[in-house]
Design a protein around this ligand. Structure first.
Ligand SMILES: C=C(O[C@H]1C=CC=C(C(=O)O)[C@@H]1O)C(=O)O
Length: 381
């Protein structure tokens, strides 16, 4: 732990040296951590056996980067949740960012094409995305990151910089996978409505059905992964994400060996929350029809194979206060949603939504507008 001012001082000197770094805070935690890479090499991920902080794109065949633990200084400070803004939804009302009619038409056409393909029986669900450029008055990544920390205590909030990728920032609600020793957790996330002060809301048939498909599909995929056992699900519940609510089911289980980590990640990514059902058909539709390459949006990021110490006291007589320390590997990956790329004083915000046979193109446009507020809310001075 170090004082907050020292933490940001170190991040700033990393920036002035143009070296890779990531600063982040996991959902609900106080510790804000950073990996500051200590050399100028480019480290690419080969097989997920690497240790460090990974940043992976949507396309599985494109390059994933890592800031390796052994090539970094890892620093942290304890953020106080006190005085933190409650996640509020009222800041957005006065925003008047220009929404080009052309963008709207283009997105609605894309969505309609998706709906038509689903109704023709090509697949069951596809997630279709767009991006939007917003001019930023003060494009200081650290300042924006600090605003994100304050605004979204329940999200995985991060700022990533790498000479090969530039700056990305986000506040994502979706866990791709958490693995601690042999226990893994993932989630089935779908359905969106605007948060209006309570989690106790009704969901439409379309959203409930869509989220049910997602849960079933993930369970199916898990069955095919070697070493996965004892899979359990929670009931579906409403989960808050900034100005939005989603339906979420937690899924957990055992992974026999850490060797199976790669198979597990490959089975889960891209999740039906960012791709569709069945995966391959939806993926093909996305590649053929989306206008803007997704790059790292709807990819994943997080801690990969980090060493963690578990301490426990011995209870045995005559061994007073002796502590056993066991070391295990921990992985915690998040889907890169509610994110943006920062470049030359502009932010490119990426947003998408799940399309099913019952979707309506105009509503889907509005949903992406609502999702874009997560990032827009921190771009104003
Ligand atoms: C694809 C996005 O959100 C996903 C996560 C939750 C709910 C979603 C939905 O209701 O469509 C999306 O699947 C995005 O934010 O860009």
């Amino acid at each position: 732990m170090m004082p907050e001012a020292d933490f940001y001082q170190k991040v700033k000197s990393q920036i002035s040296e143009n070296r890779a770094f990531v600063a982040y805070r996991k959902p609900g935690e106080k510790a804000v951590k950073a990996f500051l890479q200590s050399d100028d090499k480019v480290y690419k991920v080969k097989d997920l056996s690497e240790k460090g902080f990974i940043f992976a794109p949507f396309k599985t065949e494109a390059t994933s980067y890592i800031i390796p633990s052994e090539k970094s200084e890892v620093i942290q400070f304890e953020s106080s949740l006190e005085g933190m803004e409650k996640e509020s939804n009222n800041d957005f009302d006065n925003f008047d960012f220009e929404q080009l009619e052309e963008d709207q038409k283009r997105h609605e056409n894309l969505v309609q094409k998706g709906i038509d393909a689903i109704r023709a029986g090509d697949f069951k669900k596809v997630v279709l995305a767009r991006s939007e450029r917003v001019q930023v008055l003060d494009p200081d990544a650290v300042r924006i990151f600090r605003k994100l920390l304050h605004k979204y205590p329940q999200a995985m909030v991060y700022v990533w910089f790498h000479p090969e990728t530039g700056y990305w920032l986000g506040a994502t609600p979706e866990t791709l996978m958490k693995l601690d020793r042999n226990r893994f957790e993932t989630m089935a996330l779908a359905g969106t409505q605007v948060y209006k002060g309570t989690d106790d809301v009704e969901w439409g048939v379309k959203e409930i059905e869509e989220q049910g498909f997602v849960t079933d599909y993930i369970l199916d995929m898990l069955e095919g992964v070697q070493g996965v056992e004892q899979v359990k699900t929670s009931g579906a519940y409403s989960a808050r994400a900034g100005n939005l609510l989603h339906i979420c089911t937690d899924i957990s289980g055992r992974l026999k060996s850490q060797e199976n980590l790669k198979d597990l990640v490959n089975a889960l990514h891209p999740t039906p929350a960012v791709c569709g059902l069945p995966k391959e058909k939806a993926l093909q539709f996305i590649h053929e029809n989306e206008i803007q390459p997704r790059e790292f949006y709807s990819g994943y990021l997080g801690e990969l194979n980090l060493k963690t110490e578990h301490k426990r006291s011995s209870n045995r007589r005559n061994q007073e206060n002796q502590q056993f320390v066991s070391i295990s590997r921990q992985t915690e990956l998040f889907v890169n949603l509610r994110c943006m790329k920062l470049k030359d004083g502009n932010a490119r915000i990426f947003v998408g939504g799940g399309i099913t046979k019952d979707s309506n193109a105009a509503d889907e446009w509005m949903e992406t507008v609502n999702k874009s507020q997560t990032m827009k809310a921190v771009l104003v001075k």
